[in-house]
Design a protein around this ligand. Structure first.
Ligand code: ZN
Length: 501
């Protein structure tokens, strides 16, 4: 058994190394690559993706899994080897259903589409990406159809990122959340708008970056095993346990962009850096779902990084870094400005209260596209209509409308957005549990200390990687399932105080 397990791990490591090489190329493409490299890069990534896929569907892996099954069954459920065999089996069965030609075509296509999007968005030119997006929709349906027997065509795509969830489950949770959010939004937006002009002063980029880096070092992000670079749409990527990178985006006249995207991506990176290094090169070596991943980015960005205690500690330092811009601003004014609630156009800049309404719009549009009830050519108008009806705002163009998010232009249509809201829900559930275990956490945050919180998250969530599925992990940590009420309670308490509701 030992020999077979070692052989399985060696084969998994090969596939994982190829996927990591692919990730390096992707990271380079979105950070430093000149536009002229795009076409060849799409081809190179397509080839590497096919090679990695071939390794991961090698029938030898299937045979090893069969041989190892009795061993897995003889072990306790939470034994590392049992989890490895279970997770590999799940991945293998999924991977073997998608033909390698489709994988290669998909990677080449989305790489080219991403490049076109980086030019089409600033030019406000949806027509340029439209035919590419039509093909993406077609390919997304083909991927879904590799998994026949679904209830909804989005189910197999959702399952890839949030295992165990179906479109109907997500719809039910979203409806419950929306019913709780709308009255909070109404109560706040009926008040006089908050003055947040302080955010839009001129802030030199390098000082903005330095300030964010100072905070995430305190969070515990390890720069010996990571780095930060600039990109269009910030993301985190992992090449190995020893190399977990983040990216950001700086606006000279909006201090929130670099600051909060840095805290956000660092949250993703803390999760990946915290995974048991023994899982390197196996399917266990990564966050367990996009929802759980997002729970960590949003926890560090919002629950910690937009809290009153956090800024009691950091605001004097921020004032010292930007004296001309902030000398005359009080902590109160700053805290209200960065937590201003209002209907807005851009998801990643949205406040915590309205954010999930942005996600719901995208999720519904994705489902309509996959169902065939909405065509790509009508997508920009459908986008504007939903923003008007849900948030009461209309973008002046497609740049801040349908072109704003990278997801549909850099990946599949379907399965990309639900994780954001699932993550927000889970962030409140997990943080509540951390506070039960350590009521001193808010006081410590007010002293710039994050060790207790980081340690609790590491022990209860990070170290496990993908050893447990998201539903299993949530059950272990919270003693129950996914819940809407903890997030609503968090929002009611925080914004009730801020807006004296
Ligand atoms: Zn994120």
């Amino acid at each position: 058994m030992e020999q077979k397990l070692a052989e399985l791990k060696a084969r998994l490591m090969e596939a994982s190394d190829l996927y990591s090489a692919l990730s390096v190329l992707e990271w380079d493409q979105t950070t430093y690559m000149p536009p002229g490299g795009a076409e060849a890069r799409g081809r190179q990534m397509g080839l590497l993706g096919q090679m990695a896929h071939e390794r991961s569907v090698d029938p030898a892996i299937g045979r090893l899994l069969d041989d190892l099954q009795p061993y897995a069954e003889s072990l306790p459920y939470d034994h590392d080897d049992a989890a490895l065999i279970r997770a590999t089996r799940r991945q293998y069965e999924k991977d073997t259903k998608v033909p390698k030609e489709l994988i290669g075509e998909l990677i080449t296509h989305t790489t080219n589409t991403y490049q076109t999007w980086t030019e089409a968005r600033p030019a406000n030119d949806f027509a340029r990406v439209r035919p590419l997006l039509e093909k993406t929709l077609d390919l997304s349906r083909k991927v879904a159809d590799c998994f026949p027997g679904y209830d909804h065509i989005a189910d197999p795509l959702i399952d890839q990122s949030d295992y165990g969830m179906k479109a109907a489950d997500v719809r039910r949770v979203f409806a419950e959340l929306r019913a709780g959010l709308v009255p909070i939004v109404k109560a706040i937006t009926s008040q006089a708008p908050t003055d947040d002009s302080v955010i839009y002063s001129h802030y030199p980029p390098q000082q903005q970056l330095d300030f964010g880096i100072g905070i995430i070092k305190q969070y515990g992000y390890d720069f010996n095993r990571g780095r930060q670079d600039l990109t269009h749409h910030p993301f985190m990527t992992k090449f190995s346990s020893g190399d977990v990178r983040i990216t950001t985006h700086v606006k000279e006249t909006d201090i929130r962009d670099a600051l909060f995207s840095t805290l956000h991506e660092a949250g993703h990176a803390l999760y990946e850096q915290g995974i048991n290094p023994a899982y390197e090169g196996t399917p266990l070596n990564g966050g367990t779902s996009s929802g759980v991943h997002e729970s960590q980015s949003r926890l560090w960005e919002n629950i910690v990084g937009r809290s009153r205690e956090f800024w009691e500690y950091y605001f004097p330092q921020l004032q010292a870094a930007f004296p001309d811009q902030l000398r005359a601003v009080s902590l109160d004014q700053w805290h209200r400005a960065i937590n201003k609630v209002g209907a807005s156009l851009i998801r990643i800049d949205a406040d915590e209260v309205t954010y999930n309404l942005h996600v719901m719009i995208r999720f519904d549009l994705e489902l309509a596209l996959l169902e065939g009830s909405l065509e790509i050519k009508d997508l920009p108008e459908a986008w504007h209509n939903r923003y008007a009806s849900d948030l009461g705002v209309t973008a002046p163009d497609d740049r801040d409308g349908v072109l704003q998010d990278v997801h549909w232009y850099g990946g599949l249509i379907g399965g990309a957005f639900q994780g954001y809201t699932l993550g927000n829900l889970l962030s409140a559930q997990f943080y509540g549990k951390a506070l039960e275990a350590h009521p001193s956490i808010p006081t410590e945050i007010g002293q710039g200390k994050f060790d207790t919180l980081h340690g609790w998250l590491k022990e209860n969530i990070y170290t496990h990687g993908s050893k447990f599925t998201a539903p299993e992990l949530v059950e272990r940590v919270t003693g129950g399932g996914l819940q809407v009420e903890p997030l609503l309670n968090y929002l009611r308490t925080k914004y009730g105080a801020l807006y004296r509701l």
